[in-house]
Design a protein around this ligand. Structure first.
Ligand SMILES: Cc1ncc(COP(=O)(O)O)c(C=O)c1O
Length: 390
């Protein structure tokens, strides 16, 4: 078996052969534009929105490649050029496109590492692509440094045994584990071409919450088989604009651009993203991350004091914490966790996420770090709920 990574061999034959749609804005974007069947009279919106719509030329289709936004992102993430960045409607769209570009329905598979982000598996299922699961290490007793880390030998054994596995999804920091994956483990996956010739996707949705620059984005220049996902939804606080990134070598990015809908990123989304990526926006993002990190510490200190809360799991590298709810004997209790979760949501107006059925998260609740006021309220309500359901 050849030991070189071969992207062409990996991409689905129909995508390889695709003659991409060429939209009007790929050709010209200035002058008297009578080429895209847009509304030449402008946007039909109420007076209050008309100025905004005119300023943004909302009657026009957006830039298909959003080069300006990419220029800002390239600077921020220390990437060589805009051709290393794909923009999607959230990273969820990037996940879907990767599966559609690489995996032949009914034949190919992805590998995921439970407990992990649910959309990898759902996207695979939607695309009729198989899912192989190699759980994260959860043995806390013998090897605390490796809790929620990758079981690399088992992953490589699985890929070596099943060449239909084309994509491996690694979530770092993990959702729901909140745990940054050791970079050496990712490097091992990337360099073991005799056992895995597909693409390693590292989902860094929460990377800005990790102190120091721990992103693997700059690795893409060295590894043609790496795709890094990031998003504006978390640290930038812009989940509503739906903007996610795929970072990889230009050859992969090109296949994704060929496959995407022509104008996937809207003009208002691009405009908000540009503002968020300027100096002031970045300063604000960093300030919010610092506040949320301090609040995370507050929760980490306070939650274990509540009677009925057991261990906090993982290394807490994201904007949430995962805590166990335990019974009178100190054992994790799914039942009690579920009761508390439901009562808090339905009767107290405080909504956390039940994750008690996930592998390695027995009886766990995942709690997003809120504002200082929200966190105080959470602690108060959770204390009350724990007292109600013993
Ligand atoms: C690990 C992970 N990846 C991706 C996403 C989706 O992000 P986006 O809003 O960019 O689609 C989430 C959202 O919760 C997530 O937890």
């Amino acid at each position: 078996m050849a030991s070189e990574f071969d992207l062409t061999a990996l991409v689905r034959p129909n995508i390889r052969a695709l003659k991409p749609y060429r939209c009007a804005r790929d050709d010209y974007s200035s002058g008297v534009l009578l080429d895209a069947n847009e509304n030449s009279l402008g946007a039909a919106v109420p007076e209050a929105l008309a100025v905004e719509a005119r300023d943004q030329s909302l009657n026009r289709y957006p830039d298909p490649l959003q080069v300006q936004v990419k220029e800002q992102l390239v600077q921020l993430r220390g990437l060589p050029q805009t051709d290393h960045v794909f923009l999607g409607v959230g990273s969820d769209e990037v996940i879907d496109l990767l599966v559609r570009v690489i995996c032949v329905p009914g034949q190919d598979k992805i590998l995921i590492t439970p407990p992990t982000y649910g959309m990898y598996g759902v996207t695979a299922q939607v695309n009729d692509v198989g899912v192989v699961k190699v759980p994260l290490l959860v043995d806390t007793v013998n090897d605390p440094a490796n809790v929620f880390q990758l079981n690399v030998p088992a992953m490589l054994a699985a890929t070596a045994q099943d060449p239909a596995i084309k994509l491996v999804f690694v979530c770092s920091p993990g959702n729901p584990t909140g745990t940054l994956i050791h970079p050496d483990a990712v490097k091992k996956l990337l360099t073991s071409l005799d056992q895995f010739r597909g693409i390693v996707v590292v989902d860094e949705a929460y990377i800005d919450f990790v102190p120091g620059n721990k992103s693997l984005a700059s690795w893409v220049t060295r590894f043609p088989n790496l795709v890094v996902l990031q998003t504006m939804s978390k640290s930038f606080g812009l989940a509503g604009i739906r903007l996610g990134l795929g970072i990889a070598q230009p050859a992969i990015i090109q296949y994704m651009n060929n496959t995407k809908a022509p104008y996937n990123i809207s003009t208002p989304t691009a405009r908000v993203a540009l503002a968020a990526l300027n100096k002031q926006g970045l300063a604000d993002m960093r300030k919010k991350v610092a506040t949320l990190s301090a609040q995370r510490q507050l929760l980490l200190d306070a939650l274990p004091q509540l009677p009925g809360v057991g261990q906090i799991l993982g290394t807490n590298d994201a904007n949430f914490v995962v805590c166990q709810v335990v019974d009178a004997t100190g054992a994790p209790s799914r039942n009690r966790a579920l009761q508390i979760y439901q009562h808090m949501a339905q009767k107290m107006g405080v909504v956390v996420r039940y994750r008690g059925n996930e592998y390695g998260c027995d009886g766990c609740l995942r709690i997003t770090v809120g504002s200082p006021e929200e966190n105080q309220l959470l602690l108060q309500r959770m204390t009350e709920a724990l007292a109600l359901f013993q």
